[in-house]
Design a protein around this ligand. Sequence first.
Ligand code: HEC
Length: 178
Amino acid sequence: MRTPLLAALLAVCVTTTAATAAPDPAPASNPVGDPKVASSDDGKYFDANGNPTYKIDKNDKVDWYTFSGYRRFNGTCEVCHGFDGSGSSFAPDLTQSLKTIGYNDFQNIVVNGKQDVNTAQSLVMPAFGSNKNVMCYLDDIYVYLRARADGAQPSGRPAAHEDKPKTAIQNENDCMGP
Ligand code: HEC
């Protein structure tokens, strides 16, 4: 008669966890949030906070934006941050950084740049606010890096991806212009 006892213990654990988790953590103390998909809109996925997130199925097929982010990241950011974001001697490992940098801070850093310059070092992240090849794909790059930081997407090209959604085609045309 082990099973009912185990079930009872599990029930206690679940209740305890639920009780501790009850007061929602303030967004400021947890800017990254749970990457779990809470909603979607034409092939774009969002977490419970409404921030973009990735979706990777059990066959390693990724959503369109994660795949697009992989390509965009490795077109523009990789020169400094290393292949797949894993860092270099002069730019941080983003697969670590994105564990604590949330969506809003990420956008802010990429749009405006970031500097840490002193006598010992000179670290300069350029501002990409006027670079359409980055701005038109900011969410794509974010979800890709989010998947990398969570260990959900290994290094290298995603094995397979969802088709490009109509909305992505439309937004790309609007953003990039003629
Ligand atoms: C010319 C080199 C260079 C390029 C290109 C570059 N970065 Fe950076 N990035 C840096 C450096 C250097 C830092 C560290 C700045 C600091 O410490 O203040 C940084 C910091 C960051 C951070 C904050 C990391 C942290 O731990 O504080 C993010 C996020 C980031 N970069 C994203 C990107 C993205 C996305 C791209 C491509 C669109 C990109 N970077 C392109 C050099 C670069």
